[in-house]
Design a protein around this ligand. Structure first.
Ligand SMILES: Nc1nc2c(c(=O)[nH]1)N[C@H]1C(S)=C(S)[C@@H](COP(=O)(O)OP(=O)(O)OC[C@H]3O[C@@H](n4cnc5c(=O)[nH]c(N)nc54)[C@H](O)[C@@H]3O)O[C@H]1N2
Ligand SMILES: Nc1nc2c(c(=O)[nH]1)N[C@H]1C(S)=C(S)[C@@H](COP(=O)(O)OP(=O)(O)OC[C@H]3O[C@@H](n4cnc5c(=O)[nH]c(N)nc54)[C@H](O)[C@@H]3O)O[C@H]1N2
Ligand code: SF4
Ligand SMILES: [Mo]
Length: 737
């Protein structure tokens, strides 16, 4: 046996942040397991546990490369880091001079722990055109919570730190047990179930906990705002609101009461397809059995009424006093390092920058800090002046994840200079002009601060990255240094020291932080009921204009929006577009996470791919039978934008009349010249980018109409897949020299 040591670190194979112990033998990681002494208490999932297959993967990108053929042709040439970084700096400067600073965009995919670097790079370059999926994921929640309470970050207090656990847990369009998303960790939720009286699942499809729940409500996709209005109607009618909280700490109670009057249980049933008895019962349990939490999922944010849906749900929390009380919705006291996010906030977002954000005139909440990606696509395709000329894309595949893939691909192909920083070749990389190889979390030193919450922790480097792959943070710093050195650092260690410097009363450095692993709250120093103290305001109150929890929002009114929540049908629905419904009679959603994949990732990890080789959609057996479809059939799913195929699983636990498709699907093994099978099974080929949320600019990814039919024998013989066997065609970068 060689020399063994154990290195402690933090997993970010999803948003989770599980503490890990990695055993290294003669410099090679041989075993990963959860760290029982961390905040996640030794738990891990299949994605994190398969990380060794990830770092050793033969398809990893190893060298910077530039495109030598046509876009999407898959012809690349290895270049040096100096050539790559100097070219990028040159292109940025050229574009800034020719088209203005706003013509440079920096983008990311879902949170991968470097939001702060993305925004810092953009701001230091004088642009606020940051492209991010935030507008369909987490930002509407933070924005609306922020609007109503004055601070953006309300989380479920599953911890028992304040002496109480939630009595009622609502899981609303979320499978926390799978996703551990957006600053919430499933192991805390699961523990809290030991103390929970009512578990309410609001999901058209049975998630893992639906059959164990006290109540399971199955709304028609896209109708959740109506459900929240209906629940509030019951709470008003039965006088179940929290009298003390409402009287002393809220604003706009009467206006809200008036607004929800029309949402009788009968009308709510008609719109949501949920039996009214269940709506009434859910409202009663939520209002009577307090404290309680509502865990909101991003399926509600991938909808064109997301702003008001989130607003209505926030009102439900306030109406029942489930704010800042132990076991309810809380904001966290931060670790003594402060928000590591300050790393970008210290650079101002100037009025000049803000005024040039793509979509800022229209989507006043979503495009206040970041670009509206769908407006960018439409503007580029509109034939006028392109708003973006240089695009630095890090760890995200807009070409896969945005609505209307055909249009998105067409627009992305028109970008003058696109750089993709990634670990593998995927569709976005194939559309790029330059590809830079990124290191995995086992290969970096960095602060883990996925979303500001009660702890931050350390990624401690376990092994060197393959070839010349580099940490994302290093890449950001090197690009920044070449264009705006005044905002960047001589080296990585200096940058990390700077980020943690506020810890230990201003004496912390990276080395200490990395040894400490976790910096944060373990419960003892949380503060509850902050609004009753001077925490936000002298004499108590919320940090809003009125000092109250605002059911009625003057700020929204000033921006030209309805100050109270209002339900709007999805862009395409049985009631909004009845003619279309005749032709496309199945309600469709395309958001449900798979435990062994992370969006488009890990289909090239053999162990994880073995759990689900092809994309699976679900339909109720009766709905499937109506269209001649049986369990296991390949089916066509079609909308006015196009058609895709997925394998159908019939499932009695899903609402009749609907289909749920697996999202973010491409086939890494498929060749470059069809963007790795981008158009074969990706539901965004079907989604609509014309109808967007008025506040956030979010498209209807999880509520639309489709039609379905079984693929015929002849169609199945057609060779849609150019690769017979997984993993045989995609070139390793080693072949490219
Ligand atoms: N294992 C794994 N974890 C992940 C991810 C992953 O891909 N895999 N992705 C990460 C990302 S980026 C995100 S945003 C989070 C998302 O995490 P979650 O918010 O938990 O996301 P989903 O599983 O997509 O959706 C949750 C549930 O919403 C239901 N749903 C769909 N449409 C509707 C609707 O209109 N109304 C209601 N009430 N329910 C609906 C689905 O059936 C599903 O069970 O997970 C993160 N974590
Ligand atoms: N129809 C439909 N569309 C959706 C959704 C849906 O539910 N339905 N979900 C939406 C949501 S919530 C989100 S967040 C988006 C997500 O969309 P994306 O975040 O774009 O998801 P991925 O397709 O996984 O692309 C991530 C890329 O980052 C690379 N990567 C992973 N880790 C690293 C790293 O550490 N460094 C670098 N440089 N690269 C890395 C991966 O190899 C991959 O190519 O999709 C959205 N689109
Ligand atoms: S839940 Fe997320 S952070 Fe935890 S082991 Fe799985 S992938 Fe890693
Ligand atoms: Mo997301």
């Amino acid at each position: 046996m060689g020399e063994r040591k154990v290195i402690y670190s933090t997993c970010k194979s999803c948003h989770g942040g599980c503490g890990v112990k990695v055993t290294v033998e003669d410099g090679v990681p041989i075993h990963i397991e959860g760290n029982p002494d961390s905040l996640t208490r030794g738990t891990m999932c299949s994605k994190g546990l398969s990380s060794i297959q990830h770092i050793d993967n033969p398809f990893r990108l190893k060298y910077p490369m530039k495109r030598v053929g046509e876009k999407g042709e898959g012809k690349w040439k290895r270049i040096s880091w100096d050539e790559a970084l100097d070219t990028i700096a040159e292109k940025i400067k050229e574009s800034q001079e020719k088209y203005g600073k706003e013509s440079v965009a920096v983008s990311q995919g879902t949170g991968r722990g470097y939001n702060r670097y993305i925004h810092r790079l953009a701001r230091s370059l004088g642009t606020a055109n940051v492209i991010s999926p935030g507008y369909v994921c987490h930002s509407p929640r933070l924005g609306l919570y922020g609007l109503v309470t004055g601070y953006g970050r309300l989380y479920c207090d599953y911890h028992g730190w304040g002496g109480e656990f939630p009595k009622t847990n609502i899981m609303w369009a979320k499978q926390l047990e799978i996703s551990s998303a957006d600053s919430e960790m499933c192991n805390w939720f699961i523990q809290s179930l030991d103390y929970c009286k009512n578990l309410i699942i609001i999901d058209p499809r049975a998630s893992a906990y639906a059959t164990r729940a006290t109540l399971w409500l199955q709304p028609r996709p896209g109708s959740d705002c109506a459900l929240a209005m209906g629940m509030m109607n019951v709470i008003f009618n039965e006088e179940l609101w929290d009298k003390e909280f409402v009287e002393n700490w809220t604003y706009g109670f009467e206006e809200l009461r008036e607004r929800v009057k029309e949402w009788t249980p009968e009308k709510t049933e008609e719109v949501t397809w949920i039996p009214k008895e269940k709506i009434i019962e859910a409202a009663r349990l939520w209002a009577i059995d307090t404290p309680g939490t509502i865990q909101v999922g991003s399926s509600l944010e991938r909808q064109a009424n997301c702003g008001h849906t989130l607003r209505a749900i926030t009102c439900l929390m306030g109406l029942t006093g489930n704010i800042e009380r132990p076991g309810s919705m809380c904001s966290w006291v931060l670790p003594d390092t402060g928000l590591i996010e300050d790393f970008f906030l210290e650079l101002p977002l100037t009025e000049e920058m803000r005024s040039k954000i793509v979509g800022v005139d229209k989507y006043k909440m979503g495009a206040a800090r970041t670009c509206n990606p769908d407006t960018m696509v439409k503007t580029i395709l509109g034939g006028g002046e392109a708003p973006i000329h240089v695009w630095i894309s890090v760890g995200g595949q807009q070409i896969v994840h945005m609505a209307n893939t055909k249009e998105v691909a067409e627009a992305i192909e028109k970008i003058d200079f696109l750089v993709q920083v990634d670990q593998f070749m995927g569709p976005m990389a194939e559309a790029a002009d330059m590809v830079l190889p990124a290191a995995h979390w086992l290969e970096i030193d960095d602060v883990y601060d996925m979303h500001p919450r009660f702890f931050i922790s350390a990624h401690n480097k376990v092994v060197d990255p393959p070839g010349e792959a580099k940490a994302d943070a290093w890449i950001f710093n090197e690009i920044g240094k070449r264009v705006v050195p005044e905002h960047w650092f001589d080296n990585m260690e200096e940058m990390l020291d700077y980020q943690v410097r506020k810890g230990h009363d201003g004496n912390m450095n990276w080395k200490e932080f990395s040894e400490k692993i976790v910096n944060g709250c373990w419960g003892q120093d949380q503060i509850y009921y902050k609004y009753k103290t001077d925490y936000w305001r002298k004499g108590g109150g919320f940090p809003t204009a009125t000092g109250k929890f605002e059911f009625y929002s003057k700020r929204l009114e000033e921006l030209g929006y309805d100050p109270l929540p209002v339900f709007r049908e999805p862009g395409e629905s049985p009631y909004r577009t009845p003619e279309l419904f005749k032709e496309y009679p199945v309600v469709m959603s395309s958001g449900f996470r798979q435990p062994f994949y992370f969006l488009g990732q890990y289909r090239n990890i053999p162990w994880l791919r073995s759990f689900m080789e092809y994309p699976m959609c679900q339909m109720h057996p009766e709905t499937a039978a109506k269209y001649g479809i049986s369990d296991g059939d390949w089916i066509w799913i079609e909308t006015p934008r196009g058609r895709i195929r997925q394998k159908c699983r019939t499932f009695p636990g899903i609402l009749r009349g609907m289909l749920m498709a697996t999202a973010n699907w491409f086939y890494p093994e498929e060749p470059a010249n069809n963007y790795h099978g981008l158009f074969i099974s990706n539901p965004n080929v079907l989604t609509n980018n014309n109808h967007l949320d008025p506040m956030y600019g979010s498209p209807d990814l999880t509520c639309l109409l489709c039609r379905v039919r079984k693929c015929t024998e002849e169609e199945l013989q057609e060779n849609v897949f150019q690769t017979e066997e997984f993993g045989t065609v995609q070139k390793t970068v080693d072949d490219l020299d």
